[in-house]
Design a protein around this ligand. Structure first.
Ligand code: FNR
Length: 186
């Protein structure tokens, strides 16, 4: 049966190059992978007092969507050499209530896309730090620090370079294999 992958994009921007990259990755995926974008822009700031008073419906919706997925694909910009606050908030929301994290044990992959040359390396690895603690086995190779992000896409969001397209295919194929490997050791 197909593997269900929750796609979490760390940008809320309409023309986000990270969202375009997520869509381009999905286009390259083989048939045994299914993708659902899980939105994070409406999640109220994480607050333990709010949790104790009763989780808002947006948190509950988000936790359910993550829980129902077999794996998680993160595609994120870098903000000030780390992840955008909205993404960290989503990580925190999904990690609670204490002892009931939606992330636990789910295989994950991280892609960072930036207009700059470093390809969001800082964000990519800051995110990995949280994922280690959350007990998510994260794909290690290939790494995806995607630079030059403003030049990657045509008007319809298509990848302009065949080399990039091949790289995206190799990445998403490796993630599919990683999901299988993690499932086999369960
Ligand atoms: C940025 N940007 C940025 N880029 C980068 O490579 N390293 C960084 O540390 C930062 N820092 C940063 C902070 C803030 C507050 C903003 C708004 C932006 C630029 C960023 O990569 C660029 O805006 C991308 O277009 C964001 O990705 P999306 O929204 O296009 O997916």
């Amino acid at each position: 049966k197909p593997h269900k992958i929750a796609v979490v994009v760390g940008s809320l921007r309409k023309d986000s190059i990270n969202r375009k990259a997520a869509q381009a990755l999905i286009l390259e995926a083989s048939g045994n992978l299914e993708f659902d974008f899980v939105e994070i822009g409406d999640l109220p700031h994480y607050d333990e007092d709010v949790e104790d008073a009763g989780a808002p419906i947006e948190w509950t919706r988000f936790r359910k969507q993550v829980s129902e997925a077999d794996a998680v694909l993160f595609v994120t910009p870098e903000y000030n050499r780390s992840v955008p606050g909205v993404l960290k908030n989503a990580i925190d929301v999904g990690s609670r209530p204490y002892g009931a994290s939606s992330w636990a044990k789910k295989p994950a992959a991280v892609v960072s896309v930036s207009p700059g040359a470093i390809g969001g390396f800082g964000a990519n690895h800051h995110l990995r730090q949280s994922l280690v603690f959350l007990d998510m086995p994260v794909l290690q190779q290939p790494e995806a620090y995607v630079g030059g992000g403003f030049d990657l896409f045509g008007d319809a969001g298509e990848l302009k370079s065949d080399d990039t397209r091949k790289f995206f295919k190799s990445f998403i194929d490796a993630f599919g294999e990683w999901i299988e490997r993690v499932a086999a050791t369960d």
